[in-house]
Design a protein around this ligand. Structure first.
Ligand code: TLP
Length: 360
């Protein structure tokens, strides 16, 4: 095993900062299911204010935040419209359908992550007893599987207008909305304004150990609180983790620019390595996707080899890997990553021998 690992699997791998650990140690707590935890109450108020919504609900994960949003917006037998590449549709174990009885109508994302407005409009069901009722439109920003791309305020406004013209709410999976806001140099509240509800994560680039917030109108959040209980997300002395969330929101947003700069440095370096294809227009936030097909390895094989050499990242498709920059990863780590992968790929260069089982 290598002596030290560089972990680029996700920004979920971050460890809490010293200030977070201190805040957790000192957190005032109560039983949050009784509404008695002062630190959770403070975090929810701060989150609502930061996102420009009336109220917020602290949940253990982004998946649960999105699920509570769907359960609150939709009834059984309803349908929601969502991107084919969206986390809600792709990576939340089908929770909206399994637990909510909600069908998911997938629209192919444009390469820049957006959902073409004409395709969204065409997917809204007319009222007819043959059809499920369209009840919700969902958008993800940044769009993870499209390269961690941030989606503009103008597009968000146009999608919000479209939804509202049809009497539909817009839910924003803003797991990384602060990355998008920092990339555009605007506030998260501004970017999220066209959405009725927004979920964002504390435990990704903002580096808190646990937790996400669902934000929206007060009456909606009270109904979502019921659904959080329904899915087992009521937490007791949750102030311990909420304290880290308050530090995340107040101290960790501006530094995301550093992660974005490291992602660009990484992408540039990877693009120069044999066999890797990287879209250099892409890393606009903290994610780098690389196609590995021309290396002679598939994504699993490349990932395994790199892990043995000390760099951890994740395959996302048979020929594609994702590397994510985050708190704790420095420019020196990026250079070390590039040097390690360069050695690996030089050895693998055509004629230098292939892994057993690799496609010829
Ligand atoms: N994404 C994780 C994995 O699940 C893929 C990652 O490493 O990127 N929305 C978006 C856009 C997400 O990327 C994720 C997590 C979630 C929601 C869910 O958040 P958690 O993991 O807290 O349930």
């Amino acid at each position: 095993m290598p002596v030290s690992l560089i972990v680029l699997r996700s920004d979920t791998v971050t460890h809490p900062s010293p200030a977070m650990r201190e805040a957790m140690y000192r957190a005032e707590v109560g039983d949050d299911v009784f509404g008695d935890d002062p630190t959770v109450i403070r975090l929810e108020a701060l989150a609502a204010e930061t996102l420009g919504k009336e109220a917020a609900l602290f949940v253990p994960s982004g998946t649960m935040g999105n699920l509570c949003a769907v359960l609150t917006h939709c009834g059984r037998g309803d349908e929601l419209i969502v991107g084919m590449e969206a986390h809600i549709r792709h990576a939340e174990a089908g929770g909206a359908s399994v637990l909510g009885g909600v069908a998911m109508w997938g629209i192919p994302n444009a390469p820049d992550g957006r959902l073409p407005l004409d395709a969204v409009a065409a997917a809204i069901r007319p009222v007819d007893h043959h059809f499920p009722r369209t009840a919700l439109i969902c958008i993800e920003n940044t769009q993870n599987r499209c390269g961690g791309v941030p989606i503009s305020r103008d597009y968000m406004a146009a999608l919000g207008d479209l939804a509202h013209r049809h009497g539909l709410p817009l839910h924003l999976d803003g797991a990384r909305i602060f990355n998008a806001a920092v990339a555009f140099g605007i506030t998260a509240a501004d970017l999220a304004a066209p959405a009725d509800t927004v979920m964002f994560c504390l435990s990704k680039g903002l580096a808190a150990p646990v937790g996400s917030l669902l934000c929206g109108p007060r009456a909606f959040i009270e109904r979502a609180r019921f659904n959080r209980k329904l899915v087992g997300g009521g937490m007791r002395q949750a102030g311990i983790i909420a304290a880290a969330g308050i530090v995340a929101l107040t101290e960790m947003v501006d530094r995301l620019a550093e992660d974005h700069a490291n992602a660009r440095r990484l992408a540039k370096g990877l693009a120069g390595l044999p066999g890797l294809q990287v879209d250099l227009a892409r890393p606009l936030t903290n994610m780098v996707y690389a196609n590995v097909q021309a290396t002679g390895w598939n994504a699993d094989q490349f990932t395994t080899r790199a892990a043995e050499a000390g760099v951890l990242f994740a395959p996302t498709d048979p020929q594609v890997v994702r590397l994510v920059t985050h708190y704790g990863i420095t420019a020196e780590d990026i250079d070390a990553t590039l040097s390690c992968l360069s050695t690996l790929l030089q050895e693998q260069a055509p004629g230098a021998g292939r892994l057993a089982g690799a496609p010829a």
